[in-house]
Write a protein that binds this ligand. Sequence first.
Ligand code: FAD
Ligand code: NAI
Length: 475
Amino acid sequence: MSVTYDVAVIGAGPAGYVAAIRCAQLGLNTVCIDDWKNGEGKPRLGGTCLNVGCIPSKVLLESSENYERIQHNFPAHGITVEGVKLDIATMLARKEKIVDTLTDGISVLFRKNKVASVHGRARFAGGGALWKLEVTQPDGDMQRIEAKHVIVATGSTPRQLPQVPVDNGRVVDNVGALAFKEVPKRLGVIGAGVIGMELGSVWRRLGADVTLFQAHEIFLPSVDEQVAAEALRIFSRQGLTFRRGAKFSSIKVGKKEVAIELEDKDGTAKLQFDKLIIAIGRVPNTAGLDGDKVGLKLDENGYIDVDEHCRTSLPNVYAIGDVVRGPMLAHKGSEEGVAVAELIAGQAGHVNYDTIPWVIYTSPEIAWVGQTEQALKVAGVEYRKGTFPFSANGRAHALQETAGMVKVLAHAKTDRILGVHIIGPFASELIQEAVVAMEFGASSEDIARIVHAHPTLSESFHEAALGVAKRSIHI
Ligand code: FAD
Ligand code: NAI
């Protein structure tokens, strides 16, 4: 017996669960199928983002920043705290509790919106007027589902380094790196990208000696070059060791440590680590979906091939989130979910890929929207720029967070804002003003003429916008 729905969503990460809720809001009879289980085998909605990604990583960032602040920042305020202790078990339990609260919250949202939730692994079992899916449940039982429309939101998994298999013991991916039971004394990180920087920073703040390896010379290549250079200076000063352009001659995983031999521009080195994080990117998750059996096309990089409206090669089958082209970001997937639900309901769903904000949650944070200065140069676009350092911002001094800057790039002739790049305190929050400005086609002059409250960090964005016309006041 199969149950028939208007829409079946495969995957309940931020792309899939948001798509399912929006479909239900629009009156479509919707089921969301997901196979995620926590360590105790309990089904948990929310996918990578809520379980082992965005949320738990930010929870640990906050804990580790508190630990660092109390030791290194408080004395300047005249506050001395003696006997500071670290209890990793409590820290991890807090993280798990927050994950439980938020993942349970999705179940509540599903019930409230009447989204049917099915736990198990889905695969395409046939087409026709209705798509046929088979869902294998953990006890081996099979559930059959038919749907007029299918939204594939199966996400991504960590890219593997063939010679060093992840066991989430000594060699870990993001899952293991969010759950170390004690602070590793010597932590190696292969991949100085977003995960490497965020989680490497967490464990450094908690006391690990962290070395980040990167195959390429260029640090954070998708970040504006000026910001990336500033970031490298700041993070090196914080005590992170970078080995860029590293070529490994051997990586041996022993019972007590991981031994790495490598060559980079500083010569050859033999290093030992207690734990090794592998964070060299993520790959789209299409395994076991049997899309190939019904003609679902993949692109040359293994992502499900979609057009600008997330339509796949199959009629009434859409794909969204990490499993399709574009940045692997939770909010990008969620917006695609909303857009696809609205398209299915006959509305004009749309995602503006040009104004998707990026944030790297290091300390200080890095955030940007729009084009980098190097991309504008390559494209031959004439631009003007304004920059403003947080060291000239009153609120940043009060916060004791004066490193970094805001940079505004505007078209030389039209003055339209083309990109905004921030490294500094609460960059993740500040960037949203730039996103709104760009969505509304604002010029740097528009921002320069908007009143910004004093004293706020946002005054730095105001001053950087003034700087485009060389009329910053406080620098
Ligand atoms: P996923 O979240 O991966 O969800 C896919 C779901 O589908 C999973 O539950 C999976 O089990 C299920 N599934 C797969 N195949 C099947 C099947 N055949 N049948 C049933 N179910 C299936 N992004 C941000 O924007 N901000 C951040 O701060 C951030 N931090 C991150 C930190 C880390 C450590 C990591 C690893 C990622 C982070 N990301 C962040 C990226 C973000 O997690 C992803 O972009 C996001 O989770 C993608 O959402 P998704 O719904 O496409 O896929
Ligand atoms: P990444 O693409 O950000 O970084 C991977 C790094 O590994 C790069 O610097 C690359 O040069 C390096 N690398 C690749 N192969 C290598 C090799 N063989 N040896 C050494 N170095 C190698 O990927 P990462 O950090 O794994 O994150 C995956 C994705 O998850 C991100 O691209 C992002 O989309 C998402 N994410 C987003 C976050 C956020 O929004 N704050 C936080 C964490 C992840």
